[in-house]
Design a protein around this ligand. Sequence first.
Ligand SMILES: C[S@@+](CC[C@H](N)C(=O)[O-])C[C@H]1O[C@@H](n2cnc3c(N)ncnc32)[C@H](O)[C@@H]1O
Length: 203
Amino acid sequence: MEKRFLEEYKEYIRKIGDRKALYKAVAKAYGVQQAIYPGSFIDISPSLVIPEVIYIDNFKGAIRFFKQMDGIQDYIEQNKEYPQACEISFIGQDYTEPLEIGQVDLIISQYAGFVGQETKQYLKPGGILLCNDSHGDATLARFDDDFELIGVVSGNNEVEQGELERYFKLPKEKPIDLKMVKDKMKGLKYTAAAENYVFRKIS
Ligand SMILES: C[S@@+](CC[C@H](N)C(=O)[O-])C[C@H]1O[C@@H](n2cnc3c(N)ncnc32)[C@H](O)[C@@H]1O
Protein backbone atom coordinates (compact mmCIF):
# COMPACT_ATOMS: atom_id res chain seq x y z
CA MET A 1 0.00 0.00 0.00
CA GLU A 2 1.24 3.52 -0.84
CA LYS A 3 2.28 5.83 1.94
CA ARG A 4 -0.36 8.38 2.95
CA PHE A 5 1.57 11.42 1.68
CA LEU A 6 2.02 9.77 -1.73
CA GLU A 7 -1.69 8.99 -2.06
CA GLU A 8 -2.44 12.60 -1.13
CA TYR A 9 0.14 14.03 -3.56
CA LYS A 10 -1.09 11.81 -6.43
CA GLU A 11 -4.70 12.79 -5.73
CA TYR A 12 -3.65 16.48 -5.74
CA ILE A 13 -1.92 16.01 -9.11
CA ARG A 14 -4.99 14.25 -10.51
CA LYS A 15 -7.05 17.28 -9.55
CA ILE A 16 -4.79 20.22 -10.48
CA GLY A 17 -2.43 18.63 -13.02
CA ASP A 18 1.31 18.04 -12.78
CA ARG A 19 3.44 21.19 -12.99
CA LYS A 20 6.77 19.35 -13.10
CA ALA A 21 7.30 20.29 -16.77
CA LEU A 22 6.71 23.98 -15.95
CA TYR A 23 9.24 23.98 -13.10
CA LYS A 24 11.70 21.99 -15.21
CA ALA A 25 11.50 24.42 -18.15
CA VAL A 26 12.13 27.42 -15.88
CA ALA A 27 14.90 25.72 -13.87
CA LYS A 28 16.66 24.75 -17.11
CA ALA A 29 16.24 28.13 -18.82
CA TYR A 30 17.62 30.10 -15.83
CA GLY A 31 19.99 27.61 -14.16
CA VAL A 32 17.98 27.44 -10.92
CA GLN A 33 19.50 25.51 -8.00
CA GLN A 34 17.50 26.86 -5.04
CA ALA A 35 13.90 27.93 -4.71
CA ILE A 36 11.28 28.94 -2.19
CA TYR A 37 7.61 28.16 -2.73
CA PRO A 38 5.42 30.29 -0.45
CA GLY A 39 1.82 29.02 -0.49
CA SER A 40 2.93 25.68 -1.86
CA PHE A 41 0.22 23.56 -0.23
CA ILE A 42 1.49 20.04 -1.11
CA ASP A 43 2.90 20.77 -4.60
CA ILE A 44 6.29 19.07 -4.16
CA SER A 45 6.97 18.74 -7.91
CA PRO A 46 9.66 21.50 -7.85
CA SER A 47 11.92 19.18 -5.83
CA LEU A 48 11.93 16.68 -8.69
CA VAL A 49 13.82 19.20 -10.85
CA ILE A 50 15.38 21.72 -8.41
CA PRO A 51 17.93 20.47 -5.82
CA GLU A 52 17.10 22.83 -2.89
CA VAL A 53 13.51 23.86 -2.25
CA ILE A 54 11.88 25.39 0.82
CA TYR A 55 8.09 25.04 0.94
CA ILE A 56 6.13 27.51 3.07
CA ASP A 57 2.46 27.21 3.95
CA ASN A 58 0.39 27.87 7.07
CA PHE A 59 -2.58 25.63 6.19
CA LYS A 60 -2.95 22.74 8.59
CA GLY A 61 -3.38 20.22 5.75
CA ALA A 62 0.01 21.27 4.36
CA ILE A 63 1.62 21.14 7.82
CA ARG A 64 0.24 17.61 8.31
CA PHE A 65 1.48 16.54 4.85
CA PHE A 66 5.03 17.78 5.47
CA LYS A 67 5.19 15.93 8.81
CA GLN A 68 5.85 12.89 6.61
CA MET A 69 9.16 14.43 5.52
CA ASP A 70 11.20 11.18 5.61
CA GLY A 71 8.84 9.54 3.12
CA ILE A 72 8.71 12.69 0.97
CA GLN A 73 12.51 12.85 0.89
CA ASP A 74 12.80 9.16 -0.12
CA TYR A 75 10.23 9.69 -2.87
CA ILE A 76 12.09 12.73 -4.23
CA GLU A 77 15.47 10.92 -4.05
CA GLN A 78 14.04 8.06 -6.11
CA ASN A 79 12.36 10.27 -8.71
CA LYS A 80 14.53 13.41 -9.03
CA GLU A 81 16.08 14.44 -12.32
CA TYR A 82 19.41 15.94 -11.06
CA PRO A 83 22.49 14.13 -9.74
CA GLN A 84 23.03 15.82 -6.35
CA ALA A 85 21.16 14.93 -3.15
CA CYS A 86 17.85 16.74 -2.71
CA GLU A 87 17.48 19.30 0.06
CA ILE A 88 13.85 19.79 0.91
CA SER A 89 12.41 21.64 3.87
CA PHE A 90 9.11 23.05 5.02
CA ILE A 91 8.19 26.10 7.08
CA GLY A 92 4.63 25.96 8.46
CA GLN A 93 4.04 29.69 8.86
CA ASP A 94 2.51 32.75 7.24
CA TYR A 95 4.88 33.83 4.46
CA THR A 96 4.17 37.50 5.18
CA GLU A 97 5.87 37.10 8.57
CA PRO A 98 9.72 37.21 8.73
CA LEU A 99 11.32 33.99 7.47
CA GLU A 100 14.66 32.68 8.68
CA ILE A 101 16.06 31.84 5.28
CA GLY A 102 18.77 33.13 2.92
CA GLN A 103 18.34 34.41 -0.61
CA VAL A 104 17.51 31.97 -3.41
CA ASP A 105 17.53 31.78 -7.24
CA LEU A 106 13.77 31.37 -7.70
CA ILE A 107 10.46 32.21 -6.04
CA ILE A 108 7.46 30.16 -7.13
CA SER A 109 4.08 31.91 -6.87
CA GLN A 110 1.01 29.87 -7.80
CA TYR A 111 -2.51 30.84 -6.69
CA ALA A 112 -1.38 31.91 -3.22
CA GLY A 113 -1.73 35.71 -3.01
CA PHE A 114 0.96 38.37 -3.45
CA VAL A 115 3.87 36.02 -2.98
CA GLY A 116 6.30 37.99 -5.17
CA GLN A 117 5.64 41.23 -3.31
CA GLU A 118 5.75 39.68 0.16
CA THR A 119 8.87 37.55 -0.28
CA LYS A 120 11.05 39.34 -2.85
CA GLN A 121 13.61 40.18 -0.15
CA TYR A 122 14.49 36.46 -0.17
CA LEU A 123 15.33 36.56 -3.88
CA LYS A 124 18.94 37.10 -4.96
CA PRO A 125 19.58 40.13 -7.19
CA GLY A 126 19.16 38.71 -10.70
CA GLY A 127 16.93 35.94 -9.33
CA ILE A 128 13.68 34.82 -10.93
CA LEU A 129 10.04 35.16 -9.90
CA LEU A 130 7.77 32.62 -11.60
CA CYS A 131 4.13 33.58 -11.14
CA ASN A 132 0.72 33.52 -12.70
CA ASP A 133 -1.82 36.32 -12.58
CA SER A 134 -4.64 34.42 -10.91
CA HIS A 135 -4.45 36.60 -7.78
CA GLY A 136 -2.75 39.54 -9.55
CA ASP A 137 0.81 38.70 -8.44
CA ALA A 138 2.09 38.98 -12.03
CA THR A 139 0.38 42.36 -12.50
CA LEU A 140 2.00 43.71 -9.33
CA ALA A 141 5.42 42.44 -10.45
CA ARG A 142 4.98 43.94 -13.91
CA PHE A 143 4.52 47.43 -12.40
CA ASP A 144 7.14 47.00 -9.66
CA ASP A 145 10.51 48.67 -10.33
CA ASP A 146 12.27 45.80 -8.54
CA PHE A 147 11.24 43.42 -11.32
CA GLU A 148 11.65 43.18 -15.08
CA LEU A 149 9.45 40.93 -17.23
CA ILE A 150 11.88 38.64 -19.08
CA GLY A 151 9.68 35.80 -20.29
CA VAL A 152 6.39 33.97 -20.33
CA VAL A 153 5.64 30.28 -20.14
CA SER A 154 2.93 28.99 -22.42
CA GLY A 155 0.51 26.18 -21.69
CA ASN A 156 2.88 23.70 -23.34
CA ASN A 157 5.66 24.72 -20.93
CA GLU A 158 7.88 26.54 -23.38
CA VAL A 159 9.68 29.63 -22.12
CA GLU A 160 9.23 32.48 -24.61
CA GLN A 161 11.39 35.59 -24.32
CA GLY A 162 10.23 37.74 -27.28
CA GLU A 163 7.40 40.24 -27.86
CA LEU A 164 6.85 40.78 -24.16
CA GLU A 165 5.55 44.34 -24.56
CA ARG A 166 2.20 42.92 -25.71
CA TYR A 167 1.38 41.58 -22.22
CA PHE A 168 -0.39 43.50 -19.44
CA LYS A 169 -2.39 45.69 -21.82
CA LEU A 170 -6.13 46.25 -21.31
CA PRO A 171 -8.58 46.58 -24.21
CA LYS A 172 -8.67 50.17 -25.57
CA GLU A 173 -5.43 50.89 -23.63
CA LYS A 174 -7.48 51.42 -20.46
CA PRO A 175 -5.25 52.28 -17.46
CA ILE A 176 -4.44 49.52 -14.99
CA ASP A 177 -5.83 50.08 -11.51
CA LEU A 178 -3.29 48.49 -9.17
CA LYS A 179 -5.32 49.42 -6.08
CA MET A 180 -8.25 47.41 -7.43
CA VAL A 181 -5.97 44.43 -8.15
CA LYS A 182 -4.66 44.60 -4.56
CA ASP A 183 -8.10 45.03 -3.01
CA LYS A 184 -9.72 42.25 -5.02
CA MET A 185 -6.64 40.00 -5.14
CA LYS A 186 -7.49 39.14 -8.71
CA GLY A 187 -5.65 39.49 -12.02
CA LEU A 188 -7.11 41.47 -14.94
CA LYS A 189 -8.39 40.38 -18.36
CA TYR A 190 -5.60 41.56 -20.64
CA THR A 191 -5.65 41.47 -24.44
CA ALA A 192 -2.74 38.99 -24.38
CA ALA A 193 -2.14 36.62 -21.49
CA ALA A 194 0.16 33.72 -20.65
CA GLU A 195 -0.25 30.86 -18.20
CA ASN A 196 2.84 32.01 -16.31
CA TYR A 197 5.21 34.97 -16.30
CA VAL A 198 8.93 35.15 -15.55
CA PHE A 199 10.40 38.25 -13.90
CA ARG A 200 13.99 39.04 -12.99
CA LYS A 201 14.80 40.92 -9.80
CA ILE A 202 16.77 43.92 -10.95
CA SER A 203 17.28 45.92 -7.75
C1 LIG B 1 -5.09 27.87 -3.65
S1 LIG B 1 -3.80 27.13 -2.74
C2 LIG B 1 -2.57 26.91 -3.99
C3 LIG B 1 -1.59 25.84 -3.62
C4 LIG B 1 -0.52 25.56 -4.66
N1 LIG B 1 0.38 26.68 -4.82
C5 LIG B 1 -1.16 25.21 -5.97
O1 LIG B 1 -0.99 25.97 -6.94
O2 LIG B 1 -1.82 24.17 -6.07
C6 LIG B 1 -3.14 28.47 -1.79
C7 LIG B 1 -2.19 28.02 -0.70
O3 LIG B 1 -1.49 29.17 -0.23
C8 LIG B 1 -1.44 29.13 1.16
N2 LIG B 1 -1.31 30.51 1.63
C9 LIG B 1 -2.05 31.59 1.25
N3 LIG B 1 -1.65 32.69 1.92
C10 LIG B 1 -0.63 32.28 2.72
C11 LIG B 1 0.21 32.96 3.65
N4 LIG B 1 0.07 34.28 3.86
N5 LIG B 1 1.15 32.26 4.30
C12 LIG B 1 1.32 30.93 4.06
N6 LIG B 1 0.56 30.23 3.20
C13 LIG B 1 -0.40 30.90 2.54
C14 LIG B 1 -2.74 28.48 1.59
O4 LIG B 1 -2.63 27.93 2.89
C15 LIG B 1 -2.91 27.43 0.50
O5 LIG B 1 -2.33 26.20 0.85
